[in-house]
Design a protein around this ligand. Structure first.
Ligand SMILES: Cc1ncc(COP(=O)(O)O)c(C=O)c1O
Length: 364
């Protein structure tokens, strides 16, 4: 193990008082979950809210619910996204269809999306990658005539703003991830927001079959979250990064993830979430803007409107080529700068998907 100070990724803070109080959740029934649902409904003006054990679980449930009400099986996603997304599609028994991305915006290439949408497409995932807001309205415009549902993948963008709209409120149904390293965290966790009574009805039917997590899973998540709170410190982060079996920062394709309801301990950890989310996102933005100024980069936010604000889950840099990326990451490791490579490939190069998706050029 190499012992060296390393800047950790930005993590959402969890107040010590919430961490210490969370075990109360073992005895509080559904009190904290009910409160959380009400607060989420209020802030995002949602028709209904569902709380799950992870973002992947949330997406899988959305897809199963939509598929139960339709004969359509195709799900269009960006060719460059988190590997959890195709994992959830495969788990839901649906077909992954890739649309290339525009490297300038990380959103869809819209002329390509237009050629992909037809009456066999169940839904399109408009994705706010790295917290940079996608043009959900444009995706909706292309999907509307075909009766395609627009799912907003706001896993990385809780608290981001696009014009007057908050990320997670622009699609027909949306989800957030509360995983470690997201804008708000409960260790792991997922939130679904539904914006129509038809989708809510389908979701309720699926959600009824989702079990509560085993107590051991709940306690394990609490311990992991406490350890994260300690080791995310720059003076200590060398320790978990030096343990390769933890796989920190890796993105993996796997379908054997559990689908549980969110437990009370997680909901307890999320008390005061709305103010905390705004506070941490403000800090992320200030840091991102400062880094961009120092590096002489344009601001992403300018792209949409003066009041649009990314949630800056990451500050992505597009490198000239793979070797430039690798040498930047190598140098970062030497000096402990905390810069890391992002998803290693496009979705179509995930080996487990070799026989499942049509290979097509995705140069973006
Ligand atoms: C874009 C995107 N979608 C979905 C997910 C799945 O969320 P979770 O990790 O909570 O399962 C992630 C997780 O990182 C993500 O980045």
């Amino acid at each position: 193990m190499k012992i060296q100070r390393t800047l950790p990724p930005t993590a959402a803070p969890i107040p010590l008082k919430h961490l210490l109080r969370a075990p109360i959740g073992l005895f509080s029934g559904v009190k904290y979950r009910d409160q959380l649902k009400e607060d989420l409904k209020d802030r995002f003006s949602a028709h209904a809210v569902f709380l799950l054990s992870s973002g992947k679980a949330a997406l899988t449930l959305i897809l199963k619910a939509l598929a139960a009400g339709s004969r359509r099986r195709r799900v269009v996603i960006p060719a460059y996204t988190c590997f959890s997304v195709p994992s959830a599609i495969v788990k839901a028994g649906l077909e992954v269809v890739l649309c290339d991305v525009d490297p300038e915006t990380l959103d869809f290439k819209f002329d390509e999306l237009e050629s992909l949408v037809d009456d066999d497409v169940l839904c399109v995932l408009s994705t706010h990658l790295f917290g940079l807001t996608a043009d959900v309205a444009r995706t909706k415009g292309l999907c509307g005539d075909h009766g395609i549902v627009v799912v907003e993948d706001a896993a990385q963008a809780m608290g981001a703003q696009s014009g007057l709209d908050q990320a997670g409120t622009m699609g027909d149904v949306a989800f957030f991830s509360l995983g470690r390293g997201k804008n708000l965290t409960s260790g792991t966790g997922g939130i679904i927001l539904s914006f129509s009574s038809a989708i809510t009805e389908l979701m309720e039917t699926e959600y009824r079959q989702v079990p509560e997590p085993p107590v051991r899973d709940t306690i394990f998540n609490w311990i992991e979250t406490a350890l994260m709170k300690v080791f995310i410190h720059p003076g200590l982060y060398w320790f978990p990064t030096g343990l390769p079996f933890l796989g920190l920062g890796e993105t993996k394709f796997y379908t054997d993830f559990p689908i549980f309801r969110m437990d009370e301990l997680r909901a307890c950890l999320l008390q005061d979430w709305s103010d905390r989310l705004d506070q941490t996102n403000r800090a992320r933005r200030a840091t991102a803007h400062r880094l961009m100024e120092d590096l002489g980069l344009g601001r992403w936010d300018v792209r949409t409107s003066a009041i649009s604000e990314s949630a800056y889950l990451r500050l992505p840099l597009l490198m000239r080529d793979r070797s430039a990326k690798e040498s930047a990451c190598k140098r970062s490791r030497e000096v402990g700068a905390g810069i890391s490579p992002n998803y290693p490939t496009t979705v179509q190069n995930i080996p487990q998907l070799a026989d499942r998706i049509a290979v097509r050029p995705v140069p973006g």
